[in-house]
Design a protein around this ligand. Structure first.
Ligand code: COA
Length: 397
């Protein structure tokens, strides 16, 4: 296909590529409990930082893909993509992508497809959420409404699913409660040197096991916070020195009702998205040098590591206990702090995971925050309690 856009000032003509898109610019806002700026402002700031990083004129952007879960519920806003296109000054197409807590990675998948298909030569992918506009009770209610209606009607929330899964895991396997707490301790430690993180606070195992119960056995420090923030990426069909290649971005769905699954400790969407991504990138889990895992609740880090083939079922806790997932380990997991400590502004999260990998692969970070000689990173962003997942693989070229 040949795409010609005469109305905009974007590159006049280019061939359908089906090559791996490159990431040439990234930008984020600091994730925070409460940011004074509006959702629209957060999206604009992240977008402008990515555009500046990429040294690209906004008029050359062919498409904008905005990941956002609930602007209407949190901020009484709609039309966020149209407003952003006008503010940033682009003239191509723009739309909002919603896939609950994986809205960010779904927007990225959308931009990736646009570049691969030849529809866009340059795509701006940006995600954001401003959750602090409502109180915790309301945000819990908004998030709970993504669950299956019958489960919602029984009073199920996302933390309560995670609590049930943690209980089952600790009961079935040899991990102990303090091993699980170590996941949160590690991710908080990783966020200490990340200026974009929601928390810059060291915690210890004793703090985790003494923190208030949220959904037994999970406590406050096992949970991601409610955050505000935005993150943006420029994807292009043109390779540039120092750019990072997207070698796979694949999604998969799982059952909507968790009750329909044969095993609470399996997340089929993550497993399938991971397999599809490995096939597309022509690699295996042993080729991955770092992983950004959707640790909305500490137990999810273990379950997803198992589903992605980094450990056998019931064995991921051993990676944590042996320090293998630490920043200096052989499989660093969530080196930027993860959802647990970098924060989880729903629509921004999937994009912030990919940005962390870009920074690591480009060697942009200070030594104490850098994993050893990374060439290949994986990110997984999960919608709901595994209703849908997107797995992305990036490689340094
Ligand atoms: N981890 C660590 N500390 C946290 C925290 C978390 N997840 N959430 C809040 N805190 C801290 C706050 O910084 C604050 O500390 P301070 O008193 O020193 O300022 C204190 O705990 C109280 O904060 P508050 O905002 O009042 O907490 P809360 O009780 O209203 O909310 C949760 C806590 C865990 C219920 C809330 O963060 C939550 O709902 N998290 C899950 C969100 C979710 O489900 N996302 C979707 C997943 S896909």
């Amino acid at each position: 296909m040949v795409y010609t856009d005469t109305d905009s000032e974007s590159t006049a003509e280019f061939q359908s590529c089906n090559v791996n898109p490159s990431i040439t610019g990234v930008g984020m806002t600091t994730f925070a409990k409460s940011d004074d700026r509006s959702l629209q402002e957060l999206l604009r700031i992240a977008s402008e930082r990515a555009l500046t990083g990429s040294e690209i004129d906004p008029k050359k952007v062919d498409s904008i893909h905005v990941g956002n879960m609930a602007a209407k519920a949190f901020n009484s806003r709609a039309g966020v993509a149209n407003a952003l296109a006008s503010t940033v000054g682009t003239k191509g197409i723009a739309h909002r992508v919603e896939n609950t807590s994986a809205s960010g990675a779904s927007a990225f998948l959308d931009g990736y497809d646009a570049v691969r298909s030849g529809r866009s030569e340059t795509a701006l992918v940006v995600g954001g959420e401003k959750m602090s506009a409502v109180d915790t009770e309301t945000s819990t209610e908004v998030i709970s409404r993504i669950t299956h209606k019958q489960e919602y009607n029984q009073g199920i929330t996302l933390p309560s699913f995670a609590g049930l899964a943690a209980n089952r895991y600790l009961d079935k396997y040899n991990a102990c409660r303090r091993d699980l707490a170590e996941v949160a301790v590690k991710n908080h430690a990783n966020a200490l040197a990340n200026p974009y993180a929601h928390f810059n606070k060291q915690i210890h195992i004793d703090d985790v096991v003494a923190s208030p119960v949220v959904a037994s056995p999970l406590r406050l420090y096992d949970c991601c916070p409610v955050s505000d923030g935005a993150a943006a990426i420029i994807l292009t069909a043109n390779d540039k020195d120092g750019s990072i290649q997207v070698t796979a971005c694949e999604g998969a769905i799982g059952t909507h009702a968790v009750a329909d699954r044969s095993d609470l400790l399996r997340i089929e969407s993550v497993r399938t998205a991971g397999k599809r991504a490995y096939t597309c990138a022509q690699i295996s889990p042993s080729d991955i040098d770092l992983a950004c895992i959707h640790d909305a609740f500490s137990i999810l880090e273990w379950i997803e590591l198992e589903e992605l083939g980094f450990a056998d079922s019931g064995k991921a806790w051993e990676l944590t206990r042996k320090g293998r997932t630490d920043i200096g380990g052989d499989l660093p997991v969530n080196p930027g702090g993860g959802l647990k400590a970098r924060g989880h502004p729903l629509g921004a999260t999937g994009i912030s995971q990919i940005i962390e990998i870009v920074w690591q692969l480009r060697g942009d970070l200070p030594d104490e925050r850098t994993v050893t000689d990374p060439q290949c990173g994986l990110a997984v962003n999960v919608a709901g309690f595994g209703n849908n997942a997107i797995c992305t693989i990036l490689e340094a070229v």
